[in-house]
Design a binder for this molecule. Structure first.
Ligand code: GTP
Ligand code: MG
Length: 197
């Protein structure tokens, strides 16, 4: 039998308004490339990338959802299986920031309760077009107890860090669960001569 090429499988999901850069973030992470042409995602897509964290090979299966409302039913059906969700907005688009509350409600409604979340303010290379300050991003994340990073898929800022940080928080939780439990007392063996009064 072929040796399994990874130790753990993490399923991640990218959500957020159409055009914020979800597909570009994933493409930068998986292929270290960037495309300026906007090809809006139809439904759902995914990529695989294996990383190594604390000596463990972790296969990331990353689902990239369409931000367009008409794909809501299909995309929300993928929330349940996700162990980590990246909620992306565009720092040059205030509507995409205002919609964070809506995306958080989608998570609340469709994802597992213990899903790890992260908010990304993407396109931080476009400083001249910025309408959402970094402080506003940080504060909405803090209010919701979620980690936050500003990213640029174009200039490759914090892209790898975002995936590593999210994967690490999933790994931390797994390690907690797998903490060794105290061994149960061995049951007395009725067949032996000791211990019976
Ligand atoms: P949907 O698939 O419709 O949900 O959109 P999406 O969130 O996947 O957006 P996509 O990744 O296709 O990017 C939309 C547009 O934004 C494209 O023209 C990209 O080139 C551009 N873009 C994405 N990320 C960045 C970035 O970090 N900086 C800049 N300047 N442009 C970006
Ligand atoms: Mg897309």
């Amino acid at each position: 039998m072929a040796k399994k090429s990874y130790d753990l499988l993490f399923k991640l999901l990218l959500i957020g308004d159409s055009g914020v850069g979800k597909t570009c973030i994933l493409f930068r992470f998986s292929d270290d490339a960037f495309n300026t042409t906007f090809i809006s995602t139809i439904g759902i897509d995914f990529k695989i990338k294996t990383i190594e964290l604390r000596g463990k090979k972790i296969k990331l299966q990353i689902w990239d959802t369409a931000g367009q409302e008409r794909f809501h039913t299909i995309t929300t059906s993928y929330y349940r299986g996700a162990m980590g969700i990246m909620l992306v907005y565009d720092i040059t688009n205030s509507k995409s920031f205002d919609n964070i509350a809506k995306w958080l409600r989608n998570i609340q409604e469709h994802a597992n309760e213990d899903v790890e979340k992260m908010i990304l303010g993407n396109k931080c290379d476009m400083e001249d077009k910025r309408v959402i300050t970094k402080e506003r991003g940080e504060s909405i994340a803090r209010e919701n107890g979620i980690r936050f990073l500003e990213t640029s898929a174009k200039t490759n800022v914090n892209i790898e860090k975002a995936f590593i940080d999210l994967s690490e928080s999933i790994l931390d939780k797994k390690v907690d669960i797998q903490e060794p439990r105290p061994l149960p007392e061995p049951a007395p063996n009725p067949g032996t001569k000791c211990c019976t009064n």
